[in-house]
Design a protein around this ligand. Structure first.
Ligand SMILES: *Cc1c(COP(=O)(O)O)cnc(C)c1O
Length: 381
């Protein structure tokens, strides 16, 4: 069994993909070609926003959103402590300060109450100006945008949705990547909608914002590439990757359903000694990861070895919360600063998850996980 197995998906898209690539290789529109235009229209419609601007990867998508806003030294951008490094990295790269915020143990997402406290603390200190919050749709579940947007509005901050793991998810009748003032996603192969290399996209309802993003991804171009109006990036999505994504998008809704089915199997089969993910009313997760929280008496590293020996691959997302990352040591945090994120980083375990995981495989995962967890419990008593 593989942690993520997309071989079957490839077999399904192969006929269409072969055709699309053959045409592309004849057209030779490798950069910002026809498939990119088609994809951008389809993605914007899917997310329910006016514009999608594809780009080189999810990290650049986040960066582009920040560059547009001109944030830099003196600006505070609030990010969850329990996420992939990119979310904070892009803020620090701009010279702004990533202000870390603890998360909720039940959703893994940024805790609105902690966000409010962090914003107020920054305001009281008076050194930085709160500008933006970047909620992350971690593991495929949208953050609590109703609460976050209220806080952002009260403090005059923008919301940048990090939907790198969330594309396809739903929140209160809206789709992921439509929930902030601007949103970013990633098409890294392991994401729910992944390409065959690196890729990403920015989503916005603003005509002017979209035009600026299109300029930004091609060296701040004006009417032509050789007229440069601002300092930009080389951050385009390859046409080849767009062709892959167009094929995968045809299957995407069906695959979200299949992911949901795998999650439901786990929910049914896993023992109650592990804490299973809860999906709040009004949300639909896209199950980028199926992540459980292990009880204290389990030795996680040892459990992973036991599972591996039984043919069950697992991953830990994330071993180290951002405040304990060396690259962010200059923020001056120490162990104990974000107790929920620390607790999660020590107790989470992600299980095999992909649309084509079979019922028997979910049963195997559950059988071994339940057995090992219960044997830890027994030796504890
Ligand atoms: C994957 C990911 C990114 C970065 O996407 P890349 O395409 O790998 O650059 C950013 N934020 C989160 C939460 C992610 O999971």
């Amino acid at each position: 069994m593989k942690f993520i197995d997309l071989e079957l998906q490839y077999q399904r898209i192969k006929p269409q993909l072969d055709k699309a690539l053959a045409k592309l290789f004849v057209r030779q529109d490798f950069i910002l070609g026809k498939d990119v235009d088609v994809l951008e229209r389809r993605l914007a419609e899917y997310a329910g926003v006016k514009h999608c601007v594809t780009c080189s990867n999810g990290t650049d998508a986040l960066s582009m959103a920040l560059i547009l806003n001109g944030y830099g030294p003196g600006d505070a951008v609030f990010v969850p402590d329990f996420t992939f490094f990119s979310t904070a990295e892009v803020v620090a790269q701009r010279g702004a300060v990533p202000v870390l915020v603890d998360c909720r143990a039940d959703t893994f997402n940024i805790d609105p109450a902690a966000l409010e406290r962090a914003v107020e603390r920054v305001e009281q200190e008076g050194k930085l100006t709160p500008r933006m919050v970047i909620p992350v749709d971690l593991f495929g579940l949208c953050a609590d945008y109703r609460a976050i947007r209220e806080i952002a509005a009260a403090h005059n901050m923008a919301v940048l949705e990090d939907g790198a793991q969330g594309f396809g998810a739903e929140y209160e009748g809206k789709r992921a990547c439509s929930l902030g003032d601007i949103a970013a996603t990633s098409f890294f192969p392991a994401k729910p909608l992944g390409c065959y290399g690196d890729g990403g996209a920015v989503f916005t309802d603003g005509d002017d914002t979209a035009a600026r993003l299109r300029s930004l991804r091609v060296h701040g171009k004006g009417k032509t590439k050789y007229e440069n109006n601002s300092l930009g990036l080389n951050a385009r999505l390859d046409t080849i990757q767009a062709a892959v994504l167009n094929c995968k998008l045809d299957l995407f809704d069906e695959e979200i359903g299949l992911r949901g089915r795998v999650a439901a199997w786990y929910g049914e089969l896993l023992c109650d000694e592990v804490k299973k993910p809860e999906i709040p009313a009004g949300s639909r997760s896209v199950w980028a990861q199926y992540t459980v929280i292990l009880p204290d008496y389990v030795n996680r590293a040892e459990l992973q070895e036991l599972l591996k020996a039984s043919g069950v691959p697992t991953m830990v997302y994330y071993e180290r919360p951002l405040h304990l990352q060396k690259a962010l040591a200059y923020l001056g945090h120490q162990k104990g600063d974000f107790p929920v994120a620390e607790y999660l980083s020590e107790h989470v375990l992600s299980l095999p998850m992909h649309p084509y995981l079979k019922r028997e495989e979910a049963e195997t995962v559950a059988r071994f996980l339940n057995r090992f967890v219960r044997s830890y419990k027994a030796s504890e008593l």
